[in-house]
Unconditional design. Structure first.
Length: 255
């Protein structure tokens, strides 16, 4: 179950969790995928606006290492998630010095073609950039392609399941790979199992940050699988709109 900060009222042990998402009522007939923003579940960092008391986006009680729902702004110390769909994309971002901004997604299958045509090139660290006219990379002026592993999940929150998107990139790619390997080892459909997500301290020669820890929790029951399958089918049908800007703005990762 989701573990909220200690100020929250704990749910009594043994309380059943509803396997249904609250149904949409009247007035939503013309709403399509672009009418909604699927929430990201992000790990707050030292530089996250939610942790900055001087920021307009500050949230009382927010601390580095907590999870945050980017739409509801709810905070969690740990969460239970059911993975439903995995997608890998290379997200194109404008340079931060030029205002930043999301500029679209590139399928992994196109990377080799773009490289062969000298449209993109790697820097010394192996990161992809859109190359300049002469084929060179200026990191301050060239758009960057970020390898991003997207996990569409159902997250338990009190007595219901909610849709969230976990986007892992850069230093967190290893956690996505390990999670995928664990799911493959368990076998069956992706949504046959639930996992616990926590955070831990991580660092390299460039700094320190809070990273993901994802571990097997239990198998899912029939009702949970039915809820997860419905989300899976929505994503597969292209009915789920992803707005990457909200993830980057909320997290402000230190990695």
């Amino acid at each position: 179950m989701a573990k909220k900060p200690s100020t929250a009222v704990a749910k009594p042990k043994g309380t059943a969790v509803s396997t249904n998402v609250r149904p949409v009522g009247r007035g939503f007939e013309e709403a399509d995928a672009d009418s909604y923003a699927i929430p990201f579940l992000v790990v707050l960092q030292k530089l996250s606006p939610a942790c900055d008391s001087d920021s307009a986006d500050y949230i009382k009680g927010a601390k580095p290492g907590m999870f945050m729902n980017t739409v509801t702004k709810e905070l969690f110390d740990e969460v239970t998630i059911i993975p439903c769909v995995y997608q890998r994309r290379f997200n194109r971002w404008a340079p931060r010095d030029l205002g930043g901004g999301f500029k679209g997604m590139v399928m992994p299958s196109l990377i080799a073609k773009l490289e062969a045509e000298s449209v993109i090139a790697q820097n010394d660290e192996g990161r992809w950039f859109y190359a300049g006219p002469d084929g060179s990379v200026n990191e301050k002026k060239c758009d960057i392609l970020t390898d991003t592993r997207m996990h569409f999940c159902m997250m338990e929150n009190d007595d219901k399941w909610e849709q969230v998107l976990i986007a892992l990139s850069r230093t967190q790619l290893k956690h996505s790979r390990n999670w995928m390997s664990n799911m493959q080892r368990l076998g069956g459909d992706m949504f046959d199992n639930a996992f616990t997500a926590k955070t831990k301290d991580e660092e390299n020669d460039k700094g320190k940050w809070k990273g993901w820890v994802i571990s097997f929790e239990r198998g899912t029951d029939e009702g949970e699988r039915a809820t997860a399958i419905a989300f899976y089918e929505s994503v597969a049908a292209g009915k789920v709109e992803v707005k990457m800007e909200q993830e980057r703005t909320a997290a402000s990762s230190d990695d």
